[in-house]
Design a protein around this ligand. Structure first.
Ligand code: OGA
Ligand code: MN
Length: 201
């Protein structure tokens, strides 16, 4: 994806509050990320927890995916983080969001695992501004299930149903869009990431 595409992407994000992009990055890098995450030892994965700030609403969210944070220790992880940093710069240029950094983890959902409807950030409680999810799964069809459901900010109306297909990126404003991960019939791999500001907003 080239810089002009990043501009269109940023415009759409601000207009709609979310955007779904296919073939976000070079297929070779996507494939390398998939090979890398599936080769990591199981002992590196944590059972995901809900946020540090345990509001009543967050406590109700239930997830049982397995996660590993990305770092610069592996070139393939660094390549993804570098791409997202370029995107961060573009978002700041166009949207004046003041995004200071990006953090991301791989998530593995074994068959039947899920993440119930939740919000990634609550107003005034988090510095997560824009959420991203990037999918690594080849040949994923509707029969494999494991869809991401994005809801309208009211939390009731379904806005989008996204299959976790190889190369698809979803971006949305962290405070505004409830979403959930339906159980899949296959192992499902993604990179969930957040663009953050410095302080509590
Ligand atoms: C998350 C999340 C969605 C997905 O990790 O917060 O909502 O489709 N992930 O993996
Ligand atoms: Mn989420």
């Amino acid at each position: 994806m080239v810089e002009t595409d990043f501009k269109v992407l940023a415009d759409t994000l601000v207009e709609q509050g979310y955007i779904i992009v296919s073939d976000f990055i070079d297929a070779d890098l996507t494939e390398q990320l998939y090979q890398h995450v599936t080769a990591l030892p199981a002992s590196m994965f944590n059972t995901a927890k809900v946020g540090r700030q345990q509001t009543a609403q967050q406590l109700e969210t239930v997830r049982n995916d397995r996660t590993v944070w990305l770092s610069n220790a592996y070139p393939v992880e660094q390549a993804y983080l570098d791409t997202m940093d370029t995107l961060r710069t573009q978002l700041n240029r166009q949207l004046f969001l003041g995004l200071r950094d990006f953090e991301a983890h791989f998530a593995h959902y074994p068959p039947g695992h899920f993440y119930q409807r939740h919000i990634d950030a609550f107003k005034g409680q988090s510095n997560r501004v824009v959420s991203s999810v990037f999918y690594l799964n080849s040949d994923w069809s509707g029969q494999d299930e494991g869809q991401l459901i994005l809801y309208q900010p009211d939390g009731e109306t379904r806005l989008q149903t996204v299959l976790p297909r190889f190369g698809t990126l979803v971006l949305f404003l962290s405070e505004q869009f409830p979403h959930e991960v339906l159980p899949a019939l296959r192992d499902r791999y993604s990179i969930a990431g957040w663009f953050r500001t410095d302080g509590i907003l």
